[in-house]
Ligand binder design. Sequence first.
Ligand code: 6PG
Length: 239
Amino acid sequence: MTALVRRFPDAASLAGAALGQITALARAAHAARGRFTMALCGGSTPLPLYAAMAGQGLGIPFEHVLFFFGDERLVPVTDPENTFGVVTAALFAKAAVPAGNIHPMPVDIVPPDLAAAAYEAEMRATFAEPLGAVPRFDLILLGMGPDGHTASLFPGSPALGETTRLVAAVPPPVTAKPAVPRLTFTLPLLNAARQVLFLASARGKEAALEKALADVPDPAVPASLVRPAGDLTWLVATG
Ligand code: 6PG
């Protein structure tokens, strides 16, 4: 797997390039399959992109875009650490996306393993793939933390070895904040994607970024284990 790496001076130029690439992917998916399936990520790097998506759209009607989430913190939607709440303020509150097209991860189902299974079932029902087939997202957005985590797959996590479940519940991380339980896509789902797009600010993540881009899978750097069947692109803000 050879990743395409594009570097930008700042987060704003990275967001502009990301919007252009996502718009092209959306148009191609809509032409080929009548819809565009996209998984969003948390963190701060994608926020300018989400604002740009709200302001400029994706080149196809939002009625034909399905939004899922690659991970979620198991805190109430009203908690400022909840990714769905943050993305709603940046994107869904400012764009005409049909409510039925937005699939937040459930934070009110206990235990977390049941929430993970429920989300996987919702995803499978939405994609309506043949029984047993792994849903293939047109695009999965990912970020990376200084510890090399991506989505909520953290270094040393048992979830890194998951080969069957597509969504897993994981305990609070010790190498990243917030230290709360999470739900996360697992590698089988991430690696089934037609396109994975990492959005990363390099500052403070230089060591993890070097390992993630070294094309050598390393469980100590979960982002390096994302090797999709489709295309892999890294957009890196160096400023
Ligand atoms: C989360 C994200 C996480 C994020 C990275 C990078 O829920 O925190 O899914 O994987 O993408 O931590 O975050 P920044 O973009 O803020 O550096």
